[in-house]
Unconditional design. Structure first.
Length: 427
């Protein structure tokens, strides 16, 4: 059955939109307006890509010859993640209101409910604040100016500590901070604008799906309006609306998803290397973030499935052969899309709906709860007792050595202590 919100949206999705004064045209939001102007410039996109490549190279350059394998994994994942997270810049120009993709979805002509408009405005405010923070906050101007330009140490970031015996940062550290600051100031707000455009496009697509459902439920199959209104609306969803949504945002959504997960893997390696609980929390947040990113398009795909429900309910109300024949045509058109997966938002050849998204999330949670504790335990065991290469003997970890050194600070320096670990433990 339809929810109250769906019924309201269906009522305002016909050709008489706005007649009751409760509908609004979708607005071109400030964040997207600014992003459109940036990417429309001759070097708008390629400047962002150049920053991503430069940041990736700087991250790889932080892998020292004596770095641990976990540190190398962390830096490599950060480098790959930075490149993938910049992919939305390629599609931003074509999917925003200035581009053809959004126009195909009805931007500028279609109207949406005040509730949907309010939701978009709230998301715009949230992402606008995040963009301002990305520019003026720790990742942006702080790194660019305080660390990169002025060369000051950041005590909260390991990569920006003064080298041992030095009183200033190296040129490598300052360059990394400067590029990271530029990346955060330039690329991050553009990615937020791309995400907001995805939300706008999904609202428009859902509106057309619900409009089609309203026509299916209100028009009789024996009426001439069935072929004149229902079938063209169904064909529009099949040939224009959902393909536009998928082609405009699908590949970039997959790239951002992969980028976030690769970055999350690097954060987990960093946690194992440094045992910082904050990194562990950040890893969990990054692992879950793509599901929130893809939620809107998954809902759009699930709404497409409700068309079949309405068709079947219409068959139940009139089980005649004539009705069945006309309904079967529409059902076949919908079911045979995307190699039998049905109509919906397509990512890498697969329709992404709410059921699929929940299945991926459940699989990820199962994987994390099964293997993450095991990996942490193995890392701690390796840290506790490290094997000296080629000798077959055990060596104490850095933490254990520091503990013993701290305990021996008050020793009598005139005495010679010659005893084994077994002697100490046997006391």
């Amino acid at each position: 059955m339809l929810s109250a919100g769906d019924i309201e949206l269906m009522r305002t999705s016909s050709n008489e939109l706005g007649a009751d004064g409760r509908t609004e045209k979708m607005q071109s939001l400030l964040l997207i307006k600014a992003a459109v102007k940036v990417v429309a410039s001759p070097f708008g996109v390629w400047l962002g890509i150049a920053l991503a490549i430069g940041l990736a190279a700087a991250n790889l350059n932080f892998i020292a010859a004596d770095a641990s394998s976990l540190h190398a994994i962390a830096q490599t994942c950060r480098a790959v993640g930075d490149l993938l997270l910049a992919l939305p810049l390629f599609s931003l120009a074509r999917v925003t209101p200035a581009g053809a993709q959004m126009a195909k979805l009805g931007f500028g002509s279609a109207k949406i409910t005040p509730t949907a408009l309010l939701g978009l405005q709230r998301w715009h405010a949230c992402l606008l604040v995040c963009s301002v923070f990305a520019v003026l906050g720790w990742y942006g101007m702080y790194n660019l100016v305080w660390v990169g330009v002025l060369g000051n140490e950041d005590p909260n970031y390991q990569d920006y500590h003064y080298p041992e015996g030095e009183t200033s940062l190296t040129a490598q550290q300052r360059l990394h901070a400067a590029i990271l600051g530029c990346f955060s100031c330039y690329v991050t707000p553009l990615v937020f604008a791309w995400w907001l455009s995805l939300k706008q496009a999904t609202v428009l697509a859902c509106d057309q799906v619900l409009a089609c459902r309203a026509l299916i439920e209100s028009i009789s199959t024996s009426s001439a309006d069935w072929n004149a209104e229902v079938l063209p609306q169904v064909l529009k969803l099949i040939n224009v609306t959902l393909p536009t949504l998928s082609k405009g945002w699908g590949a970039e959504l997959l790239g951002v998803w992969a980028g976030v997960w690769v970055t999350a893997l690097g954060i987990f390696a960093k946690y194992l290397d440094g045992n910082n609980v904050g990194d562990l929390l950040l890893f969990v947040a990054a692992a879950c973030f793509p599901f929130g990113l893809a939620r809107d398009v998954a809902i759009a795909s699930s709404k497409c499935e409700t068309l079949k429900t309405s068709l079947n309910e219409k068959r139940g109300a009139d089980p005649s052969v004539e009705t069945h024949a006309k309904l079967a045509v529409v059902e076949s058109l919908l079911q045979n899309q995307n190699l039998g997966q049905g109509l919906g938002f397509v990512v890498a050849g697969h329709v992404l709906d709410e059921t699929t998204l929940k299945g991926i999330f459940a699989a990820m949670i199962g994987l994390l709860t099964t293997f993450m504790p095991l990996v942490i335990a193995l890392a701690r065991a390796q840290d506790a007792w490290q094997f000296t290469a080629g000798t077959g003997r055990c060596a104490m970890s850095t933490q254990q050595i520091s503990t013993i050194q701290s305990a021996m600070i008050g020793r009598n320096a005139s005495c010679a202590y010659v005893m084994s670990l077994d002697d100490i433990l046997g006391m």
